[in-house]
Design a protein around this ligand. Structure first.
Ligand code: ADP
Ligand code: MG
Length: 239
């Protein structure tokens, strides 16, 4: 689904060139749950923005769902992003003047879905996240955990092929954070492809695959051995 090949990202600082991503090659299959972990400043958000088509690489190639993105126009990229990618952010990024329902409807407006259908789908998504009764509330009337549920409902509204979450539990207390993480795991079990950005090993351990970033380079890429694979589940059942 995601094919990044030798992707670099650099910024000019005076006469100098700051290289933030230094040749990232990363392939992610549909249905996987990948955590990208690294210390602050290692390039995680830059990588997420690249995968999310919010920012383009300086060099290298990025193919999403078979679509080569390098030569696309900004409009084409926006259209692809609105159709395929759901975002979850640390600070929820809900619009404060809109109700929960209206926030969930936003990506469907971008996708050109008619009003009645939008309203019904928003209600369905809020119910899925246990927020069916809260649609008329403004974000400021909701707790952090509730706001993140609304943000997840919004990310799911267009049935994205890919969900990108940048430190989604970073602004939540640990109990609420665990609940949100469980929700994200469930979404993966239902077939959603997830890329989760974090600086926290305990959070990364929930993913099926953990990619470690350091100074703009991938220094390790491992399957999570702790999670039950079908084979291991079977062994467990037989022993
Ligand atoms: P992380 O999310 O891992 O903390 P970031 O991807 O946000 O890392 O940033 C990596 C580095 O790139 C940081 O040193 C940051 O200052 C720098 N950086 C990010 N965006 C820009 C930008 N638009 N211009 C210049 N430098 C940037
Ligand atoms: Mg970051």
């Amino acid at each position: 689904m995601i094919e990044l090949n030798e992707v670099t990202k650099s910024y000019a600082r005076g006469a100098e060139e700051l290289q933030i991503l230094r040749g990232i090659t990363l392939h992610i299959a549909e249905g996987d749950f990948v955590a990208i972990i690294g210390p602050s400043g290692s390039g995680k958000s830059t990588l997420m923005n690249t995968i999310g088509l919010l920012d383009s690489p300086t060099s290298g190639s990025y193919t999403l769902d078979g679509v080569a993105t390098e030569k696309m126009s900004d409009n084409g990229l926006a259209e692809l992003r609105n159709r395929k990618i759901g975002f979850i952010f640390q600070q929820f990024n809900l619009l404060p003047r809109l109700t929960a329902t209206e926030n969930v409807e936003l990506p469907m407006i971008y996708a050109g879905i008619p009003a009645k259908q939008r309203r019904e789908q928003a209600q369905r998504m809020l119910e899925k996240l246990g927020m069916g009764e809260r649609g008329h509330h403004k974000p400021s009337e909701l707790s952090g955990g509730q706001q993140q549920r609304v943000a997840i409902a919004r990310a799911l509204a267009i049935s994205p092929s890919l969900i990108l979450a940048d430190e989604p539990t970073g602004a939540l207390d640990s109990k609420t954070g665990i609940e949100v993480l469980e929700l994200i795991k469930e979404l993966n079990q239902q077939g959603n492809t997830i890329v989760l950005i974090t600086h926290d090993h305990h959070i990364a351990d929930n993913a099926k695959r953990v990619v470690t970033l350091r100074d703009g380079e991938i220094i390790s890429d491992q399957r999570n051995e702790m999670l039950p694979t079908p084979e291991r589940k079977l062994e467990g059942a037989l022993s």
